[in-house]
Ligand binder design. Structure first.
Ligand code: KE4
Length: 428
């Protein structure tokens, strides 16, 4: 059993000054119980806690660390840039370099605006869609998370067409009345929504591959259907690629599935681990943004030189190093190993994966949407999470999060992970 005395002591201290002891709720281990650990060092595929315990990390700071932690090229870029200043609030050349990298990688993005988080990117993309279409309603899908902007903190109802009801205190019903929440992968629900709200829907925002309820995939033809029906009704299709952008391919999920959305949002990887968000699309839409157009959006640190430098280093290395082939190899090794471990332990596990994203659900039922994901045995997941943690393997502290592999994960890391899973699954 690993000793985490220092983390426990520091968490008690943190609780005095930080709500829940954390600066983002998912870190609090509420999904798995126990006390979160503190990390003060990360390198490659590993993180070390303040008690000195080493872990193979499959969270990768929730996506940005696709090249592993503290990649030399990213560290060097940040160090050199910081020596010239950390923020200007004045246009800097790195913003143009980043914008060109994003626009060159994604044919659907003719112009892009940087901001400071995925939440900001999604919030701004929705405001832009509403300003451009002069309509108010937005469709989102249960299980999809687009950050914590008021109008998006809504939960789907049972499976029928559902007008949003706030999922958080502090969000007035009036702020979510224009949010329609539908089941993912359900074509009829989307058709019904457009019939019931003719000429009122500004757009659909969707994670093309939802990674915030674990991981499940669009059914064949589903994304194409969304593209068609939004065009038919004059609504915009917004791909939230904060997680999948530059993760699934240089062109994100939209390249993998061959879909051209009207707007896309980004974050995580494009900041190389520093605070970042971005949204982009066709010029005719993007030019509705201030200072050119009537849709206001702004940010003191948007395009911050350090975040740009780290993101540029991340993207340039990704595009030049054959990273995606290496990621696919490791992912195939992990999937085969984990499925083998579950089979040997006679434990029902649905292992969903695409590229370097994955999730194992403890259920007999194939997982294609949130309702399926909710059939997972949460108690079994908790035991599995802590069992693996004690073997030095860190997965996301919630059944409803995706796992990430980086180019720094070695075949030996995967072997160790699979052997640990074989051992732990036998105890579940
Ligand atoms: P941020 O505001 O956390 O940078 O991004 C919000 C967001 C938007 N869209 C998608 C598809 C996302 O996955 C996210 C954030 N992802 C979570 C992880 N599931 C961030 C982790 C956290 O909340 O601490």
């Amino acid at each position: 059993m690993m000793s985490r005395v220092k983390s426990e002591q520091l968490f008690a201290e943190a609780l005095k000054y930080i709500p829940g002891g954390v600066n983002s709720p998912v870190r609090a281990f509420r999904g798995v119980g126990g006390t979160p650990f503190f990390v003060n060092k990360a390198k490659g595929s590993k993180v070390w806690d303040i008690d000195g315990n080493e872990h193979i990390d499959y969270v990768g700071t929730w996506g940005p660390a696709i090249l592993g932690h503290a990649h030399p090229k990213i560290i060097k870029a940040v160090q050199q840039t910081a020596e010239q200043g950390t923020s200007f609030g004045i246009p800097n050349p790195l913003e143009v370099t980043m914008a060109k990298l994003v626009c060159d990688a994604l044919p659907s993005v003719q112009k892009v605006r940087m901001c400071n988080s995925g939440t900001e990117a999604c919030m701004s993309a929705i405001r832009l869609a509403r300003g451009f279409t002069k309509r108010d309603k937005i469709i989102k899908f249960d299980g999809c998370y687009h950050g914590h902007a008021d109008s998006l903190l809504v939960k789907a109802g049972s499976g029928a067409l559902t007008f949003g009801h706030p999922d958080s205190a502090g969000v007035p019903a009036a702020f979510t009345q224009h949010t329609i929440v539908l089941p993912y992968n359900d074509v009829d629900a989307v058709k019904a929504a457009f019939e019931a709200n003719k000429d009122q829907i500004a757009g659909i925002i969707i994670e093309p591959v939802p990674g915030n309820a674990g991981l499940y995939l669009p059914r064949p033809g589903y994304l194409e259907f969304l593209r068609t029906i939004t065009k038919e009704h004059g609504a915009l299709l917004i791909f939230d690629e904060v997680m999948t952008g530059f993760r699934l391919s240089v062109g994100g999920a939209q390249k993998i599935y061959g879909i051209t959305p009207d707007l896309s949002t980004f974050g995580k990887i494009i900041g190389g681990g520093l605070p970042v968000g971005a949204f982009g699309g066709r010029t005719e839409i993007m030019d509705y943004l201030a200072p050119l157009g009537p849709v206001y959006q702004a940010g003191t640190l948007s395009g911050n030189p350090l975040a740009m430098a780290a993101g540029i280093a991340n993207l340039e290395e990704l595009q030049s190093s054959g990273a995606y082939c290496a990621l696919d190899e490791r992912a195939e090794q992990l999937e085969a190993g984990m499925k083998g471990a579950a089979k040997a332990a006679n434990i029902p596990v649905q292992f969903n994966s695409i590229g370097s994203m994955f999730c194992g659900y403890f259920t007999e039922k194939p997982v294609h949407n949130l309702a399926d994901a909710m059939t997972s045995d949460r108690e079994r997941f908790k035991k599995y999470f802590h069992g693996m943690l004690n073997e030095g393997i860190y997965f996301a502290p919630s059944q409803f999060e995706a796992g990430f592999i980086s180019t720094a994960h070695t075949a030996a890391d995967i072997d160790k992970t699979v052997q640990a899973a074989a051992k732990v699954m036998k105890t579940l």
